[in-house]
Design a protein around this ligand. Structure first.
Ligand SMILES: Cc1cc2nc3c(=O)[nH]c(=O)nc-3n(C[C@H](O)[C@H](O)[C@H](O)COP(=O)(O)OP(=O)(O)OC[C@H]3O[C@@H](n4cnc5c(N)ncnc54)[C@H](O)[C@@H]3O)c2cc1C
Length: 374
């Protein structure tokens, strides 16, 4: 299937906002979407050629994510979590692990996900780590505790998790989801993206064997080697994709409602410029000058021609833009947009996700200051 066909199919079959009463329905609908992604080769974008992937460049992946997130943010988000798991495996020096999982992941036969936020952005204020690893006296470890956020944990066959040893060092491993003692939650009811089936995963004396090992033990594993860092450009990519959905809706409305034209033009211009910054950052460029405003032109941050872009600065602007653009779409859709099932209402709720998803503290602080007009 072509990517454009996949996107049309995703957009034409919007996911319900809430969990359904039968969790089998939710599992089936997420699995169906991921099977369409597999048919399109989406999972191959991220996998090196020697393991059956297409090894797309960062720019190609970004273009793909923009299209997916414009069509269905939930599907695009689930793919990012799959990609996060894949990336850690690719960076590992455990060749047997790669041979075991990557070819089956590339084809879409194996769904993977990740539970690592408790090493980066979640539960950082608690005294004791939420997921602990202790050596098992042989070559492996035992995991106990929980990983608070795992997307699609109940449909994945392998979960990449991080755990903390008694000496504070951290370990990354890929645990098959049928391993004894591992219990994913069915998917928590969320204010948006409930169909991503995000929930905690419990670990009770779960064995991690040498063949499951990805990296560590090491201090601050997410900032070294196979940790691969957290965040990056993909969160902003999805925010810009969702913005594009709202802008396209506004442009269509503006065709018969001229009063909306200025709003549609301005938001479209802002979205295009952030897209330009995103693609420049993906190619290692940081000095991107935003064009000076013309008629109804763009003033980002009250500043014309920002040149020192970084992933964090882009995220701050992308968060702001997605919240504003989706709310303009809701205002344009009026009361009809407030009725369950209308895309504009869904986009508004989905846009709020960017305030909590892997959002670095300084970025969040800047967004909150903007809201408080500080
Ligand atoms: C829908 C969704 C899907 C996600 N999917 C994944 C995934 O697949 N994999 C993954 O690894 N992560 C995932 N995440 C996690 C995400 O990236 C963030 O890590 C997470 O949103 C951080 O929120 P938290 O509530 O855990 O933060 P926390 O910082 O743990 O905050 C929780 C609560 O603790 C209290 N608190 C916070 N800070 C302090 C403080 N300094 N002092 C005292 N109390 C404090 C507050 O009451 C707060 O409400 C997901 C998140 C969401 C919402």
């Amino acid at each position: 299937m072509e990517l454009s066909t996949l996107c049309k199919r995703l957009a034409a079959n919007p996911l319900p906002a809430a969990r359904s009463s039968d969790s089998h329905d939710d599992h089936a609908s997420l699995k169906l979407r991921l099977s369409w992604c597999a048919e399109t080769g989406v999972f191959r974008w991220f996998v090196p050629k020697q393991y059956g992937g297409w090894q797309w460049s960062d720019v190609e992946q970004i273009e793909g994510y923009l299209a997916l997130s414009q069509a269905c943010l939930t599907t695009a988000f689930v793919v990012t979590q799959w990609n996060a798991a894949c990336k850690r495996m690719v960076l590992s020096s455990n060749e047997a692990l790669k041979q075991r999982w990557l070819p089956a992941m590339a084809s879409g036969d194996v769904l993977a996900t990740v539970g690592i936020s408790h090493l980066t952005t979640s539960r950082q204020h608690v005294q004791s780590p939420v997921l602990k690893a202790v050596p098992d006296g042989q070559d492996g470890w035992k995991l106990n505790g929980m990983s608070p956020w795992v997307t699609g944990g109940s449909v994945a066959q392998v979960i990449v998790v991080g755990a903390t040893l008694p000496d504070g060092r951290q370990l990354l491993c890929a645990v098959p989801s049928d391993r004894q003692g591992l219990q994913p939650g069915p998917g928590a009811p969320l204010m948006a993206l409930s169909a991503s089936l995000t929930d905690a995963v419990q670990f009770q004396d779960v064995s991690v064997r040498p063949e499951d090992w990805i990296a560590g033990p090491a201090e601050n594993i997410m900032h070294s080697g196979a940790g691969g860092g957290a965040g990056g450009l993909q969160t902003s990519t999805l925010a810009i994709g969702l913005t594009q959905a709202a802008v396209e809706f506004l442009q269509a409305e503006a065709e018969r409602r001229p009063d909306l034209q200025r709003l549609a033009n301005k938001l479209s211009q802002d979205a295009n410029q952030l897209r330009q910054v995103l693609l420049a950052l993906a190619t290692g460029e940081t000095s991107v000058s935003i064009a000076p405003p013309g008629d109804g032109g763009v003033v980002l941050d009250g500043t014309v021609g920002i040149t020192d872009w970084s992933a964090a600065r882009l995220r701050e602007h992308a968060n702001s833009l997605v919240l504003r653009a989706t709310q303009v779409a809701l205002g344009a859709a009026k009361g009809a947009g407030f009725v369950e099932g209308h895309a504009a209402g869904r986009w508004c709720r989905e846009a709020l996700f960017f305030l909590v998803w892997s959002c670095p503290q300084p970025v969040l602080a800047a967004n909150l200051c903007e809201f408080a007009q500080l």
